[in-house]
Design a protein around this ligand. Structure first.
Ligand code: BGC
Length: 749
């Protein structure tokens, strides 16, 4: 047995070594081809590679530019015949035959739309993220797209910001894990595979911290916070092999990212060893003039090129000014050479020089059965059960009539969410359709939306909805946000349900019938009032093409909710920004503070105590990070640490028993949090360090373990060095960020 094991290990090692050697030699060949090609290029051709245009529509017009070598990449071409025609011009009619890189925002699916990334994050399942990206890559590459502007891994702690929908929420670790999984899914095993598309982690960096949650706004993130909170997901993406990066629109402490040498050269290239290329965001180089960071386009081009932006998206400042800048000595030719090397390297790795064409005759892979199944699974895992009084869910056999109401019950476009240029609403399966088709023989369905769309303020039909509700055993109210209410530039100052949806919920509640409210939205909404009025509350961030069947199976109990909040749900907007991993103040809330209604008239100045809380909202959110219920219940016990005193090079093993103590089979997302009690700088009260999904049958118990290398407790300290500082740590194994019994351990020198 031992001999066999050794043999297998040997073979494995030999093949690993030979694999490494093979890829090393492939890379050598690519570097040789890059240098050879670069040596033949004119300055104009080099600058042309650094230029990305958005499709001009007219092929002839684009061909003129391509022939002259003035285009490195085209954004927004999605027809394989056109893609091939354009590639043919590049390959056969331009002087050096350099293929184009065809790009598109394929964010959470191309045709088959998966839940928005915030929803995928709620699954706490990297498989969901990887599979979603893989399906997107297979569909997108089949029309010739070989580059997507995803994953979006901006940490977002302000749900007013519409783009919170596009990322994985507030947490650095969760975003790192999900983002890396998306990179793997898009890029597959090798970039060279025709179904692989280059990933582009964005927006580098800090964009999610836009002041007051208003898009494009300035950020003020000090270096330590940048390194501890905002950069790690981008580093994880680099480790996962991300081929490209996109700079962000925001200026951080006065420096727009597209002119920020520190993040692009020092961090991305030097510290992380990134060798792909960096693209600007849409016109973000030119916009440095509007920012007031450059006097004109020429200076903007100079600053961006020197900072390390290799390719410019659509704004032509490189095309118009780089040549002169080089002549004037303001940009060295080496800067351009390096940028072009980075771009060509990725084009070679994608195999574009060997075959830039796409098979026009290939059978369609769009909406393939396996893709729809994966999208449904993702939507099932993404839904979060926030409340379930009287175990109203899943609906039991006694329920004979359901009233389906609300503007999101049958809104095929809206449930796809933001950034779905290519998703076709005729393929979307809505909850109404799914309930009819899948459960129509089990229950009688009464349907009356009550409101036509989420912002509808017309109360005329609300009484009709209440009337059918009064005739039903259970009300299923589908409310939320239309797709346009989240995403880029779609910020909100008020996060209550829009239109007359609140009035609708109130009218339904008045019937006294069990009210199941299902929210489909692009962000956490302040839904405390509606939660109180509802018997159950199921939250599904825009769930995509297969949202309907997923929700139907959850409601009728074929599936059991397992999603957890990837972002804190505030009670009211005034609490924002609100996130679980905040630092402690010197006067943390005790949660026994006197709130507004109980403060006596003429209360003395210090009579309320002096702690960090809101008199009207208290201290806690509506739902904390990591929160989500199940139809069953889970019990954590027996949490044990491998040691309570560890050295920096050790690995801490945390084991615990998890038991399904309820009636249904279910999956629990077990979470491991750590607190560094005291450091050379203040540390967050809790940080997520590990999570895992555990599926258990009723009564089943499993021993689960987490391995946490002590090195992962490192942070950027007072000397701006990433170190593990010895000292005391708290540790929780828990069902959400606010629960669990605290254990402790020590890190020693
Ligand atoms: C967005 C990017 C997107 C780009 C291209 C910009 O407005 O900020 O996220 O990838 O447009 O469509």
């Amino acid at each position: 047995m031992k001999v066999l094991k050794t043999l297998v290990t040997c073979l494995l090692l030999t093949s690993l070594v030979s694999c490494a050697k093979q890829s090393e030699s492939k890379e050598k060949v690519i570097e040789g081809r890059v240098e050879n090609l670069l040596s033949k290029m004119t300055l104009e051709e080099k600058i042309g590679q650094m230029n990305q245009i958005s499709s001009l529509g007219n092929i002839e017009e684009m061909s003129v530019l391509i022939k002259k070598g003035e285009v490195g990449s085209i954004l927004n071409e999605i027809d394989p015949v056109r893609v091939n025609a354009l590639q043919r011009v590049a390959m056969d009619e331009s002087r050096l035959g350099i293929p184009l890189l065809i790009a598109r925002d394929v964010i959470h699916g191309f045709k088959t739309i998966f839940p928005i990334p915030l929803g995928q994050a709620a699954s706490f399942d990297p498989k969901v993220a990887e599979e979603g990206a893989r399906v997107a890559a297979i569909e997108a590459s089949s029309v010739g797209i070989r580059w997507t502007f995803a994953p979006m891994i901006d940490i977002a702690r302000d749900p007013r910001w519409g783009r919170i929908a596009e990322g994985c929420g507030e947490d650095t670790y969760l975003t790192s894990v999900m983002g890396a999984a998306m990179v793997k899914g898009f890029q597959g095993d090798s970039l060279n595979d025709p179904t692989s598309i280059a990933a582009c982690p964005k927006h580098f960096v800090g964009y999610g911290a836009a002041e007051a949650g208003r898009d494009y706004n300035s950020t003020f993130i000090p270096e330590r916070r940048l390194r501890n909170v905002y950069l790690p997901p981008f580093e994880a993406a680099a480790k996962a092999g991300a081929a490209t990066y996109m700079t962000s629109f925001n200026d951080n402490d006065g420096v727009p990212s597209s002119g920020n040498e520190f993040i692009l050269k020092q961090i991305l290239r030097k510290e992380w060893g990134f060798d792909g290329f960096v693209v600007s965001d849409w016109a973000s180089i030119k916009e440095m003039v509007t920012h007031g960071f450059a006097v004109d386009d020429k200076e903007a081009a100079m600053k961006a090129a020197n900072a390390g932006v290799d390719m410019e998206m659509v704004s032509y400042t490189y095309m118009n000014h780089l040549k002169a800048l080089i002549k004037d000595g303001e940009v060295k030719e080496k800067v351009v050479d390096d940028a072009v090397r980075n771009i060509l390297r990725i084009k070679f790795r994608l195999g574009l020089f060997d075959n830039p064409y796409v098979d026009e005759k290939r059978a369609s892979v769009m909406y393939a059965g396996a893709h729809l199944a994966a999208a449904k699974r993702a939507a099932v895992e993404s839904a979060i059960l926030l409340k379930n009084s009287k175990n109203v869910l899943p609906l039991n056999e006694a329920v004979k009539t359901v009233a389906v109401v609300g503007p999101m019950a049958d809104a095929p476009y809206e449930q796809m969410g933001t950034w779905v240029f290519d998703g076709d609403k005729t393929h979307t399966q809505t909850p109404l359709k799914a309930i009819k088709e899948m459960y129509g023989d089990r229950v009688q369905i009464l349907y009356e939306p009550g409101l036509a769309f989420s912002r509808d303020k017309n109360l005329a039909d609300v009484s009709k909805a209440a009337a059918i509700a009064a005739r039903a055993d259970v009300i299923l109210a589908f409310v939320g946000e239309e797709s346009i209410l989240s995403g880029e530039a779609h910020c909100l100052a008020d996060l209550n349900l829009q239109g007359a949806q609140s009035e609708l919920i109130a009218a339904l509640a008045k019937t006294g019938k069990p009210l199941v409210t299902i929210v489909m939205a692009g962000r956490p909404l302040t839904i405390g009032k509606e939660a109180d009025l509802s018997t159950a509350l199921l939250y599904s961030f825009h769930p995509g093409t297969m949202g309907g069947p997923a929700l139907a199976d959850l409601i009728f109990g074929k599936e059991n909710p397992s999603g957890k909040t990837p972002v804190t749900f505030p009670k009211m907007v005034g609490q924002i920004p609100m996130y679980y991993s905040h630092n402690n103040s010197g006067r943390p809330a005790t949660r026994s503070e006197t709130l507004l209604n109980n403060i006596p008239v003429e209360a003395g100045q210090t009579s309320l105590g002096c702690t960090s809380f809101y008199m009207d909202a208290g201290f806690d959110p509506l739902y904390p990070f990591g929160f989500g219920l199940s139809y069953t219940t889970f019990e954590y016990s027996n949490v044990k640490l491998s040691s309570t005193e560890l050295k920096k090079e050790n690995v801490l093993t945390v084991t615990f028993d998890l038991k399904n103590t309820g009636k249904y089979q279910g999956t629990e997302v077990a979470q491991l949090y750590v607190q560094d009690k005291a450091g050379s700088v203040t540390r967050p009260v809790k940080e997520l360090k590990r999570f895992t999904r555990v599926e258990l049958k009723p009564g089943e118990k499993q021993t689960v373990s987490f391995e946490l290398p002590v090195s992962e407790l490192a942070f950027w300290n007072i000397e701006m060095k990433k170190v593990v500082e010895p000292g005391d740590f708290g540790l929780w194994v828990a069902t959400n960020s606010q629960s669990g019994k605290e254990l402790s351990f020590k890190v020693v020198e």
